[in-house]
Design a protein around this ligand. Structure first.
Ligand code: SF4
Ligand code: MG
Length: 331
């Protein structure tokens, strides 16, 4: 299957100023720290983790809304981080992002029709006023908005409808990938499933690829094909949805998933309560960043950072799965 996006050793460090006795010291928050993954055309890749784990920053860095500190983002084989202005303009069309709060990104003075028309003009996707109006109406229909709503302003819509406007505007760009950052987290549960169903239908219809960023593991479970779990700026596990939910390998993924309710009563599982808070990403623990909270911690864990490695098709960064080192051969 075709890889559409590949993220290689992505890092995003934010400088923070700290002062000790008047001296300025420069510190860094390692919001994204050496993250690698790929996205296959037509799939939905979920990225999950608690707030502050770096999942949103990963999404924004892919789009170059914030500049990567290091690493590569290959879109259709080309490194976005080195794209020229002209290339970037086209990439901004091909890779769209939908945010949790569409209201914040919808100009309150513009009518819905104008909001959806704007990218058609900016990217020259539809020539002529009449043709554009038809295209806008078509897009509105695709996301379940009614034609008579074309002259209304964003504030006249409910949260779910505003998200539909945001989706229509993204679709107007004819994107290949949509990064959806907590797209339903601000919505009521009943509205959540409507918007998720819409996104799923659009994916089938238009062959879209999604990166779905969420802290909500029950939403991700129903919506994603593969899932990456992040902790303190690092990808700690990556697996197919069923594999991950049936048998998480990483102790953090196991603890996170233990909090998700299971419908099947025969599949009772233990609740794992994590002790301690998430450490500050400006001062992440040495070795495995999860070691201060890990019930499985070993000596090596506080010394050596585990890499995300292939375990029979599953990827996990944890010393529990280290291969025994072969005895050295001499002679
Ligand atoms: Fe726990 Fe060690 Fe695995 Fe980290 S590497 S998750 S501390 S067992
Ligand atoms: Mg976020």
């Amino acid at each position: 299957q075709e890889t559409i996006l590949e993220v290689k050793n992505l890092k995003k460090y934010f400088p923070i100023k700290g002062g000790i006795f008047g001296k300025k010291t420069l510190n860094q928050v390692k919001a994204v720290d050496d993250v690698s993954f790929h996205v296959t055309k037509g799939e939905t890749l979920g990225i999950v983790g608690e707030s502050g784990c770096g999942k949103s920053t990963t999404g924004k860095t892919i789009l170059q809304l914030i500049e990567a500190t290091d690493g590569e983002v290959l879109f259709k084989g080309k490194d976005i981080t080195k794209a020229s202005k002209q290339e970037m303009k086209n990439l901004r069309r091909e890779i769209q992002i939908i945010f949790q709060d569409p209201f914040a990104s919808l100009n309150p003075r513009m009518k819905v029709g104008e909001i959806i028309e704007e990218p058609l003009i900016n990217f020259g996707l539809c020539e002529g006023k009449k043709a554009r109006r038809e295209r806008v109406l078509e897009l509105m229909d695709q996301v379940g908005l009614r034609p008579e709503q074309i002259d209304r302003h964003p504030h006249e819509f409910s949260g779910g409808q505003r998200q539909r406007i945001g989706i229509a505007r993204a679709l107007a760009c004819e994107p290949s990938i949509i990064i959806a950052d907590e797209p339903v987290s601000a919505l009521d549960v009943s509205i959540q499933s409507q918007v998720l169903n819409l996104l799923r239908d659009l994916q089938k219809e238009l062959g879209l690829t999604y990166i779905f960023i969420s802290h909500d593991l029950s939403v991700v479970k129903h919506f994603c094909d593969r899932i990456g779990v992040m902790y303190l700026g690092r990808m700690v596990e990556m697996a197919g949805k069923h594999e991950l939910y049936d048998r998480p390998l990483h102790p953090y993924a196991e603890a996170l998933l233990s909090a998700v309710p299971v419908m099947d009563p025969k599949r009772k599982k233990k609740d794992i309560i994590l002790e301690g808070d998430v450490p500050s990403p400006s001062d992440p623990p040495k070795g495995c960043a999860f070691h201060p909270r890990c019930p499985m911690k070993m000596d090596i864990c506080s010394e050596v950072r585990p890499q995300l490695e292939n375990q029979n098709g599953r990827f996990v960064a944890c010393h529990l799965y280290d291969q025994p080192t072969e005895p050295e051969r001499t002679g």
